[in-house]
Every structure is written in structure tokens, then in C-alpha cells.
Design a protein around this ligand. Structure first.
Ligand SMILES: C[S@@+](CC[C@H](N)C(=O)[O-])C[C@H]1O[C@@H](n2cnc3c(N)ncnc32)[C@H](O)[C@@H]1O
Length: 318
């Protein structure tokens, strides 16, 4: 498939599972097409990766930032703006367990991308075994090449809907901004319930359309073995991070300014990346130049899906 064909397959597939009110599950060839497109897009993103890669919108909450700073001084100055790390910290602090209780246990992240989020958590919990799984082979290869540390942190290629682990093999499953692309969300939750040991937890964070949210709520309360513990709406904290990232003197804009490209290409890149990293969810509207370039067919608007909320859901395996 050519790149435009991949982009079309991805956006059509995403719209189907996130906007279809009555039948949001996709199986068979349609599901395979979406997964192939998704894996290819993230493979391409790895090819373009330059530094520390975290592929989520992030969040900003001063209390969370202060807590992380106490545990890992300077965490937001190691080549990132720290917002995505705050989101990973939130994934962990939402689990009803002291951090020390994770010592000697196995944590699995499904949809780990290039692994930086899990690497960050492994610095907080050095006595814990971490496994990252992703559908993008290149993301997994990059993560293993740059980050893996024997049994403490390793990465495997796989599909969220068919986890390559034994029943009850995992103590905690983390899932950050990944499940909105899974064609069969119910199958994923069944797999989470299967690989978790009784008493183990599932911490899930994602962005939702109204329809996907209703679908998720139905599944979260009906998946055998998974019992909801609590849910947090993180929308405002996520918007706070995106607005900070959109500010002219942000880490995001300083990093972009260092890339070699013409001023116009830089402006277009700023627009595309702002949209990709949740700009529309935080109220971003393109300026006149971008609107004109869009009318001329030079810039895709890439409005994305009408995302309503960004939430964390925590469940326990019974
Ligand atoms: C937006 S990125 C988030 C990556 C990472 N969690 C982070 O926050 O930086 C979504 C990730 O989910 C992965 N993904 C999509 N569908 C998947 C599937 N069916 N199984 C496993 N991973 C999947 C993608 O390859 C991508 O790396």
C-alpha cells in the first residue's frame, strides 16, 4: 500500500470503530486492514524518530509534577517536556498499591510504542520486571536496541487482542493512549483478564469519542473477571499540557526550531504535530496561512476524530 492508501485505511478504520454507535467492533479482513495500517504508520514514525520518543498527548498537574520531581529530580529535563512522563506516573499512581508492593512483580504495557514511558517507570520501580508489547515491529526493535536491560526491561512484538503470555502471568497491565485503535476492544479486555493473576490490576488511559466511551463503559462493566475500581477524567490536565506545548517558547517549539527546514515547512510541521498531539482537543485552530494552504491542497487539515474526553480507568482481576 502507498502512504496515502495507508493513511486512508487508518482514518476510515478509526472512524468506524470510534464513531459507529451500534456496531463498533470490527473483525476479519476489515480489522486486519486497520491493524496493518496502524503498524505501518507507527513503523514510519520510528523511522523519523530522533530523540526521546513518547507518543501520547501528556498531562500537566502541578501536584503530579511535584511528586515525580521529588522521586526523580529533573525528570522533565532529560530531553522531553515531562508531560508524557506525568501521564505514565498517573497510570501507576492510580493503582491502589504502594509503589514498594510492585517489587519482584511483572508489569506489562500493551501498546508501549518506542518504550520510553516504560523506561521512565522502570527508573521509579527498579525492582520490578517490565515487559512492553507493541504491534509496530520497528518500535519494538528500537526499544530493545536502546532501552532494554535484561530481565528488568524488555520489549516484544505482539497484538493487544492476542497477548503472547500465559494465563495469570502478569501482576499489572498498563495501557496508555493505544486502545482507541483496537478493532475489537472487548477481545483486548478479555485478554487483559486472562493474563492478569487474581488480585492484579489493569490501569487504562485513553482518549474517547462519545460513542467509544459508551462502548468502553459497557465492556468495562461486563468483562468476566475484571471489576472496575475507579475512573478519573483527565481531560483538563491533558488540555493543560497541550496548551503549554502550543506556547511559542515551549520545549516542543524550541525542538522544532532546531530542525533544518524552511520557515514555511516549519510552520506546516508545527501545525501537523500540534494536531497530532491533541491540539484540536485543547482548542487549537489553524491560522490564516495554514487555512489557505489547506484550501490549496498543500496541508491536510487532519482534524481527527471528535474527541470528547481523556480518561483513566482502573480495574482489578477477580
Ligand atoms: C499513540 S501510541 C502510544 C505509545 C505509548 N503508549 C506512549 O504513550 O508513548 C499508540 C501505540 O499503540 C500501538 N498499537 C496500536 N494497535 C496495537 C495493537 N493491536 N496491539 C499492540 N499495540 C498496538 C501502536 O503501534 C503505537 O505504538
Amino acid at each position: 500500500m502507498s502512504t496515502p492508501e495507508i493513511m486512508t485505511a487508518f482514518s476510515t478504520g478509526l472512524a468506524a470503530i470510534n464513531l459507529d454507535e451500534d456496531a463498533p467492533t470490527r473483525r476479519g479482513p476489515e480489522a486486519e486492514r486497520l491493524k496493518r495500517a496502524s503498524a505501518t504508520i507507527y513503523d514510519l514514525a520510528v523511522e523519523r524518530a530522533s530523540g526521546h520518543e513518547l507518543w501520547n498527548w501528556g498531562m500537566h498537574d502541578q501536584e503530579v509534577a511535584d511528586e515525580v520531581e521529588r522521586l526523580l529530580p529533573g525528570f522533565g529535563r532529560f530531553g522531553t517536556d515531562g508531560f508524557s512522563e506525568q501521564l505514565y506516573f498517573q497510570a501507576l499512581r492510580g493503582v491502589p498499591a504502594e509503589f514498594a508492593e510492585h517489587a519482584g512483580r511483572t508489569v506489562l504495557e500493551v501498546g508501549c510504542g518506542p518504550g520510553e514511558g516504560l523506561n521512565f517507570l522502570s527508573r521509579l520501580l527498579p525492582e520490578t520486571r517490565f515487559i512492553g508489547l507493541d504491534l509496530s515491529e520497528r518500535a519494538v526493535r528500537r526499544a530493545n536496541a536502546l532501552l532494554s536491560r535484561g530481565d528488568q526491561l524488555r520489549f516484544v512484538h505482539g497484538d493487544a487482542e492476542q497477548l503472547p503470555f500465559d494465563d495469570g502471568a502478569v501482576d499489572l497491565v498498563i495501557n496508555v493512549e493505544s486502545s482507541h485503535t483496537y478493532p475489537d476492544l472487548g477481545r483486548f479486555l478479555q485478554e487483559v483478564a486472562r493474563v492478569l493473576r487474581p488480585g492484579g490490576h489493569f490501569t487504562h488511559i485513553d482518549v474517547f469519542t462519545r460513542q467509544r466511551s459508551a462502548h468502553f463503559q459497557r465492556l468495562a462493566t461486563s468483562t468476566a473477571g475484571l471489576e472496575p475500581v475507579h475512573e478519573v477524567d483527565l481531560s483538563e490536565q491533558v488540555r493543560a499540557a497541550i496548551r503549554r506545548r502550543m506556547a511559542p517558547d515551549s520545549h516542543f517549539h524550541r525542538a522544532l526550531a532546531r530542525e533544518r527546514m524552511s520557515p514555511l515547512a516549519r510552520r506546516i510541521a508545527a501545525h501537523s504535530r500540534t494536531v497530532m498531539f491533541g491540539g484540536v482537543f485543547a482548542g487549537y485552530r489553524p491560522d490564516r496561512t495554514i487555512r489557505l494552504l489547506h484550501r490549496l491542497g498543500v496541508v491536510p487539515w487532519m482534524r481527527g476524530l471528535p474527541m470528547r474526553s481523556y480518561r483513566q480507568h482502573v480495574a482489578v482481576r477477580r
